[in-house]
Ligand binder design. Structure first.
Ligand SMILES: NC(=O)c1ccc[n+]([C@@H]2O[C@H](COP(=O)([O-])OP(=O)(O)OC[C@H]3O[C@@H](n4cnc5c(N)ncnc54)[C@H](OP(=O)(O)O)[C@@H]3O)[C@@H](O)[C@H]2O)c1
Length: 290
């Protein structure tokens, strides 16, 4: 891959570099994350069209790859974020839309950097094993034949309701050695994001959580103030929307008002070809330029 170009980088703290040389060269800079004492630090990752669409919502063509055009630098950054994360979390619909063999591992999305990711994870971050793959589903209506539930070395965790767990048990989840189910308290079928973060922190030692969507689950996390950063790739295409077909942006299921809408700070702007890679944080925006 041709190295990404950094157009702006405000994360210029003079701490020692975290990324190994080759990953820093390709990313054109270093990558560090703060941490919280009592919950995971949460980073979101989405790719959107210029007009804010993250899914065409067309059968077989609804994934992020259709939005990014399978952009190589986007896949490299996704891999980099996965390589550093203790866990990756997705909602049940995102699981349904990816290929049945999909695993939330760095090398799965960008195999070309497999060895570099592995060295970064093991030698630099001292993280043993693969990131925990977390699936959230109130209903428990999940296809357990998918690779994420059956791959040795990949620990999958399904967070669901009481009835969801019963359904998963009827569907044979107990026979899957690498898959664990946790029953969570729900309200209208929804698990509170804060309780997800508490569980992941207290029982699974998750310090850095990568949120890969989709918009419904991400919207819930945003609405509850449970996201610290957003890595947003802007792909140079326009998807449009019509009245019949809803095409979501990165956040769905919550509508803020001008008085309540969260504002973000830009941390870095990177570019490869006509794609842009934006990194934002939610830490108390100081100046709101309108
Ligand atoms: N461009 C991108 O970067 C990107 C990233 C991710 C996804 N996508 C696309 O976005 C589309 C999926 O969007 P989506 O918003 O419908 O999917 P989603 O958030 O992945 O999944 C929604 C489902 O997740 C479960 N869920 C979400 N929040 C929950 C909560 N708080 N508690 C319990 N369960 C919860 C529910 O499952 P149950 O119905 O089972 O209860 C809900 O129906 C797909 O086309 C996908 O490819 C695009």
């Amino acid at each position: 891959m041709k190295p990404i170009t950094t157009l702006l980088d405000r994360d210029n703290t003079l701490e020692h570099a975290v990324l190994p040389e080759e990953l820093a060269r390709l990313y054109s800079g270093d990558l560090r994350f703060p941490s919280h004492d009592d919950r995971p630090y949460v980073i979101g990752n989405f790719v959107s069209t210029i007009d804010g669409v993250v899914s065409f919502e067309v059968p077989g063509k609804s994934g992020g790859g259709d939005i990014s055009g399978l952009n190589e630098a986007d896949r490299f950054i996704m891999g980099l974020l996965r390589a550093g994360a203790d866990a990756a979390i997705v909602g049940s619909r995102t699981l349904r839309e990816v290929a049945p063999g999909h695993l939330w591992l760095a090398e799965h999305i960008y195999p070309e950097a497999r060895d570099h990711y592995a060295r970064y994870r093991r030698q630099q971050l001292h993280k043993p094993g693969a990131p925990l793959n977390v699936i959230v589903s109130g209903s428990g209506a999940i296809d357990l034949k998918r690779a994420v539930f059956r791959t040795p070395g990949v620990h999958a965790l399904i967070l669901t309701s009481t009835s969801g767990r019963e359904l998963l048990e009827r569907n044979g989840v107990a026979t899957l050695p690498s898959t664990e189910v946790r029953k969570m308290k729900t309200n209208d079928g929804r698990i509170a994001p804060a309780s997800i973060l508490k569980l992941l922190h207290d029982e699974f030692a998750v310090k850095l959580l990568l949120h890969e969507g989709g918009p419904a689950l991400f919207g819930d996390f945003i609405a509850h103030g449970c996201v610290d950063e957003l890595f947003l790739t802007v792909a140079p295409q326009i998807a449009g929307r019509d009245l019949k077909r809803q095409r979501p942006g990165a956040v769905a299921g919550v509508a803020f008002l001008p008085e309540t809408a969260p504002w973000l700070n830009i941390v870095s702007v990177k570019q490869s070809g006509d794609h842009l890679y934006l990194r934002y944080n939610f830490a108390e925006p100081s100046k709101r330029s309108r």
